[in-house]
Write a protein that binds this ligand. Structure first.
Ligand code: MN
Ligand code: MN
Length: 305
């Protein structure tokens, strides 16, 4: 895959928006804030800056690692000592960047956040065309272990394509024996998730699901709820969405009909259940999206460089 100048411009533009949103939203995380308000503020800021949210803003606290976004009316707030992960995506005309950061509200969790960020930084230093994908996991695992923490082994980074947040390639955070290599013009999200030494180093699914995605760009709309399914599919294409977005965007779709439409189109959808550390230990995450070049990689989403 080769990117043309216009495509690269769109990735860079999405990245600039993400940097700015990240910088602003870091200051919004405080004990007692409504999770719902925080996510909506992040998504609104993306739009104000000329981008579109590529997926519902995720806000995951403590042992919750990924895939939580507040449903409509959710009254949960940031715990005063919470370990708060914000994960959001921006797209410009389908060109997506994906980024996440963790805020430790308790000084006891400062180190785990620093270790996660540091492992990502170490990867960014070696990233370029020709580097083996397996090197990422090697670097992350080594640097995290040396500090006495554990990598979550069943969460990975991923390649990104237009309107496709998770293209085929996964980028493990542990050592593997894959021989695949990074290629020029690849866009990749690197995202180490780590936990404490007494964590299991694995996440498991819990029953609740708040995020969904259509599997294909073309699906067959027939039968009951086909009108609703068609609306959702036209609007979100193959990008992830949530109930909150549907109810806000379509005044004529209510809670009940949304649930039924989901059930009805189950075979066309991917469901993303909330993922929780199996030993219920706290999890920190750091994520940036990179454009791989011949001799280096551009970090599209880091406001620190
Ligand atoms: Mn992400
Ligand atoms: Mn990601």
């Amino acid at each position: 895959m080769v990117l043309n100048e216009d495509e690269i411009k769109k990735y860079l533009a999405a990245g600039e928006i993400a940097k700015s949103v990240k910088k602003d939203s870091r200051k919004w995380i405080k004990g007692g804030e409504l999770l719902l308000d925080l996510c909506e503020k992040v998504e609104k800021r993306i739009e104000e800056l000329g981008g579109a949210p590529a997926f519902p803003c995720n806000i995951c606290i403590d042992e919750v690692a990924a895939h939580f976004t507040p449903p409509p009316g959710f009254s949960g707030t940031v715990p005063p000592e919470g370990l708060v992960k914000i994960d959001f995506g921006v797209h410009v005309d389908g060109y997506i960047v994906d980024t996440a950061f963790t805020i430790p509200l308790s000084p006891r969790d400062r180190e785990i956040v620093e270790v996660a960020e540091n492992s990502l930084l170490k990867v960014s230093e070696i990233l370029k065309a020709g580097v083996k994908i397996s090197q990422v996991g090697e670097i992350v695992e080594r640097s995290v272990r040396s500090r006495g923490f554990r990598v979550i082994r069943n969460l990975t980074g991923h390649e990104i394509d237009r309107f496709n947040l998770h293209k085929g390639l996964s980028i493990p955070n542990i050592k593997t024996f894959s021989v695949e290599k990074f290629r020029k013009d690849m866009v990749v999200a690197i995202e180490p998730f780590i936990t404490y030494a007494d964590g299991s180093g694995e996440v498991g699914e819990i029953e609740n699901t708040y995020i969904y995605r259509f599997k294909h760009l073309s699906i067959d709309y027939t039968g009951e709820f086909s009108n609703i399914v068609k609306k959702l599919h036209n609007s979100f294409k193959t990008l992830p969405f949530c109930e909150r977005w549907v109810l806000n965007r379509f005044g004529d779709i209510g809670k009940e009909s949304f649930k039924k439409a989901l059930e009805y189109s189950r075979k066309n959808l991917t469901f993303y259940p909330v993922l929780v550390e199996r030993n219920r230990k706290k999890v920190a995450q750091a994520e940036d999206t990179f454009l791989v070049l011949e001799d280096s990689a551009i970090n599209l989403t880091s406001e620190q460089v």
